[in-house]
Structure formats: C-alpha cells, structure tokens
Design a protein around this ligand. Structure first.
Ligand code: HEM
Length: 307
C-alpha cells in the first residue's frame, strides 16, 4: 500500500488559519488526542468530497514535548528535537512552546472557520490555544511587505523530494518536519524605505518579481542568505495577516521539509549572518514572536495514534 502523507505539498490558497494548542497540565490528554487524529482524517476526507474545488485541507503537526507526553513511538524521527533559539549578535530566532499545530487551508473561509471550531471543540478541555492567526492571500501572492513570496519554492517532483521524508528515515517515511515563526513587521519603517532599497533587502524587483543578478544582489539580502544551495530546499507556505488598528501586521512563516537541518541552516544564515555579523536585512523590519518545530505524521500514523 502506498504511503499517504498529509497535505503538506498543497499550495497556499486564499485563506488559512494557523493555531498552536498547548496541553494544560495534569489533564488526561490521550483520549482527546485520539479523537483529534480521527477528526483530522475525517475533515480532509469530507473536504475532498464536499468542496473538491476549494483546495481545502487540515494538517496536524505534533511538538517534541507533546510527542513524549502522548507516549508516541520512540525512537522519534531522526531530526526531531525541541527547537533551540538561534542567537545572532543583534537578533534572535526565539523558541516558543508548541504542542500541536493546525494548518487549515481553503479558498473558502467558511471551511477554515468550521474546521477550526470542530478542532477547538475536541481540544478545549485539555489544551489552550497559544496563538491563532488568520492569514489571507494578499494580491498576487505577496507578503504584507509588498513582494511576491514563494517564487523560488520547489515545484513538481522536487516539492515531494524537499518536503517529505524519504528512505533516509524508513520508519517515518512520508512524514515531514514543520517549522513555524510568527513575524511582526515594522511597516512604518519599511514604507519609509525607498522601493529601490526595499528591493535590495529582498534581492528581487518589487513590481515584477525578478531576481537581482549576482554581483548586484547585496550579500545581506534575504534571498541571498536564505538560499543555502540548490540541493537544500524547503516548501514555504507563508501567509500575511494583519490588524490595521493595532498595527500588528505580519508574516506567518511556515515551512515543510524532509530535513530540519536545512531550515536550521537558513535560520543561522539569516540571524547569525554570513560571514558572522552580516545578518539578513529583512530582520531590521521583521521580529519573530514565536518559533517551534513540529513533526507531521502520515495519515497511516494518525490512524494508528487514533486507535
Ligand atoms: C520575515 C518573514 C519572511 C518574509 C516576509 C519572507 C519573504 C520572502 C520573499 C519575498 C522571498 C522572495 C521570493 C521567493 O522566492 O519566495 C523569499 C525567499 C526565500 N525565503 Fe523568505 N521570508 C521570510 C522568512 C524566511 C525564513 C525564516 C526562511 C527560512 C528559514 C525563509 C526562506 C526563504 C527561502 C529559502 C527563499 C528563496 C531564496 C532563493 O533561493 O532565492 N524566509 N522570502
């Protein structure tokens, strides 16, 4: 039988809800978790049947501490750890607790809300939500900074190669590492920057999304430091979110990867810099509020956890 991965390779769509749930202390969490595993499978099957064109899916990720609390199988996936902060001289990629991560996508916002509500009904007695972010598609897939986000993502067969664990970890083949960070942007400072300078920060042109040639792209541009080589890629599904009256405008960074080491290398380049001190200039306008690593089991693993 073929391995059925969760929908980690889907493309970003019009609406997304991201929720991090943390277990409350001293609760009997196993029964609720079993129900959740069954519910996630149910919601995906139902979405395929009821809304085949809505590009709707729900992906469940499990944090390192939660994996142990739930007494899930050991040894754990080969690169699964509790995310440790990455400290540069000026900025830090913080680490925050995350027991369960839900990534709910659909072109129809109604689906996202109903799926999130059903999940909340299952979890609310044993867990509390640390963070809930409602992301939206901004124009032609731009981040809230105004630049197209996702262009250099892998496509076709490369998407599975870089997004899903293969034979290197046979027990967890078909699973994926999921890393998330919720960034807030200083949009006032960003908007005060001339477009020609903004383009140097990203390393691409703003209106038509063309990459700057080598020799022109600054070494501290985001796309220079985040590019760690053609053999080391990740699948990014970032979404903008925002509250204009509180000025909390941001990017929910989310990546699925066959190897967490690749994500860590990108983060180290960005925060520590190459050479050390030459950090990613995007960080002068972007501050991570969260940072957590999760493992995304296959549907077969969810079935076994749920029985
Ligand atoms: C502040 C939050 C972030 C924003 C707004 C952002 C935005 C962007 C934009 C606009 C691009 C250029 C277009 C594209 O290829 O997608 C890009 C590229 C990229 N970003 Fe980010 N990004 C953020 C954080 C991160 C983080 C934390 C990582 C890795 C851990 C990352 C990894 C990458 C990679 C690998 C590329 C492609 C580089 C290349 O090969 O040209 N990004 N990002």
């Amino acid at each position: 039988m073929s391995i059925a991965s969760q929908n980690v390779l889907d493309y970003p769509n019009n609406n997304t809800i991201f929720i991090v749930w943390n277990f409350k202390e001293g609760m009997a969490i196993k029964e609720a978790f079993k129900s959740l595993c069954a519910l996630v499978t149910n919601l995906n099957n139902s979405a395929n049947t009821r809304f085949p064109n809505a590009r709707a899916s729900v992906v469940l990720g499990i944090g390192f501490d939660a994996w142990h609390l739930l007494e899930l199988p050991t040894p754990v996936p080969k690169e699964f750890v509790a995310f440790a902060p990455i400290e540069g001289a000026k900025y830090t990629a913080v680490s925050t607790r995350g027991d369960l991560h839900l990534h709910i996508r659909s072109d129809a916002y109604s689906f996202c809300i109903d799926a999130a509500s059903a999940i909340a009904d299952t979890l609310k007695d044993v867990a509390s939500s640390l963070d809930e972010v409602h992301g939206f598609r901004y124009w032609d897939s731009r981040s809230i900074l105004g630049f197209v986000d996702g262009t250099e993502n892998p496509h076709g067969a490369d998407r599975a190669y870089f997004g899903i664990i293969g034979d290197e970890d046979p027990v967890y083949k078909g699973g994926s590492y999921l890393f998330v960070q919720k960034y807030l942007h200083d949009l006032q400072a960003w908007k005060a920057l001339p477009v020609s300078e903004q383009e140097k920060v990203i390393g691409r042109s703003k209106s038509d999304d063309i990459e700057m040639p080598d020799g022109v792209k600054p070494s501290n541009a985001h796309s220079a430091l985040a590019n760690v080589g053609d053999d080391l890629k990740i699948v990014r599904d970032n979404m903008p979110f925002g509250n204009v009256s509180t000025n909390e405008m941001g990017t929910y960074f989310i990546a699925y990867a066959s190897s967490f080491i690749t994500v860590k290398k990108m983060l180290t380049n960005m925060f520590v810099g190459v050479p050390e001190g030459n950090y990613d200039r995007i960080l002068d306008f972007s501050t991570p509020q969260t940072g957590s690593l999760f493992f995304v089991p296959t549907f077969e693993m969810l079935d076994s956890f749920g029985s």
